[in-house]
Design a protein around this ligand. Structure first.
Ligand code: C5P
Length: 346
């Protein structure tokens, strides 16, 4: 018994970073944009001998002992991945809700094995949210497998406990994120956006990039700064971008895109400046680092222009840099998860 959930990537079309909070996180105003580049997450209940996954797949297993009185699921200690933690916390939430595990557990209260198998396509530590998306896909899959036992608010809180981006990926609809990024407000998508992604073969650590931003601000005595680098308040900048997107004014939208982490990412990986330049010269109307990087993306005036930019961008880069990059044209904004993320009627 199992289900397969697609786990899409995201870029941030807007990312204004406020001061560091006492919990170590930063206050954000961001616009999450889902992009159709997918990991494939398979979650199975009960062990099976076959289908253990081939080389690019990782496998995590959640073992269940069948104690005679209180059925439960036991988590092995090597489950240190975010997707594994998602399974672990889901099970803990089921236990908390008592009868739910016994009543809705497919093993009829005898305990189950949860096997999570992830085919990775989204580059790791790339600013695309792959790990967070995998974790959200595990939560969606377990909700389906156990008959939607957790209320949407409980699932949302569980997702937020796993990471700042995980709540967004439960639905993966274009949304404004505030707080740590977990307070979401969906944004309707009339037309999808033609983007060209520059996928890197190297990684950047998100905490390192935030730390570099704090260092820059502390050097410039801007630690309490809520405003963007050009002096506009984040909410004004975001409102302008949303208006341009609603009217599909792509040049204006490109000019309104922001990423406060970009300079910090460029400090750590200066060659990203060349990647942004290549995306622009190849025909994008604007280019940005996604999240904490190192993925960059360009906004193109049309899908055809995005395809052309993906073909041409390598021509503007030195051989060693272009060898480590993959350029991918996509239409972003809708990735079609909704049928599987909602409880079926009846
Ligand atoms: O929540 P998640 O584990 O994805 O965040 C990774 C890291 O990114 C955090 O440990 C923190 O350093 C940084 N972060 C932040 N403020 C946010 C989101 C992430 O400082 N709002």
């Amino acid at each position: 018994m199992g289900v397969t959930e697609p786990a899409p990537a995201k870029v941030n079309l807007f990312l204004a970073v406020g001061p560091r909070r006492s919990d170590g996180y930063h206050e954000l105003v961001t616009l999450f944009e889902p992009v159709p580049l997918f990991d494939v997450v398979r979650v199975e209940l009960e062990p099976s001998a076959e289908g253990r996954g081939d080389a690019p797949c990782w496998e995590y297993r959640v073992r269940a002992a069948p104690p005679p009185t209180s059925p439960g699921l036991e988590i092995p200690p090597d489950l240190d991945n975010l997707a594994g933690r998602a399974a672990e916390r889901f099970v803990a939430a089921l236990r908390e809700s008592g009868a739910a595990l016994r009543a809705s557990g497919p093993a009829g209260g005898r305990g189950s094995v949860i096997r999570v198998n992830i085919a990775k396509r989204i580059p790791v530590a790339a600013g695309l949210g792959g790990g967070s998306s995998d974790a959200a896909a595990v939560l969606r899959a377990l909700q389906r497998l156990f008959g939607h036992p957790l209320a949407p608010e409980r699932l949302q809180a569980l997702a937020a406990s796993l990471g700042a981006d995980v709540p967004f990926f439960l639905r993966a609809e274009r949304a404004v994120g505030r707080g740590r990024g977990e307070k979401l407000q969906p944004v309707p998508v009339r037309r999808r956006l033609p983007l060209v992604l520059a996928l890197p073969s190297f990684q950047l650590s998100t905490p390192d990039v935030y730390r570099r931003l704090d260092e820059r601000r502390s050097r410039e005595h801007r630690l309490d700064d809520h405003r963007l680098d050009d002096g506009t308040a984040p909410e004004e900048g975001l409102a302008a971008l949303l208006e341009h997107l609603a009217a599909h004014r792509l040049r204006e939208a490109a000019a309104a895109m922001r990423n406060d982490l970009q300079e910090a990412a460029l400090d750590l990986r200066p060659e990203l400046g060349q990647v942004l330049g290549a995306l622009r010269r190849a025909g994008s109307v604007g280019a940005l680092v996604s999240g904490s990087g190192p993925t960059c993306f360009g906004l193109a005036p049309s899908l055809e222009a995005a395809r052309q930019a993906a073909r041409r961008a390598p021509d503007y880069l030195p051989a060693d840099l272009k060898a480590g990059l993959t350029f991918l044209p996509v239409l972003s904004g809708r990735v079609g998860l909704l049928s599987s993320s909602r409880k079926p009627p009846g």
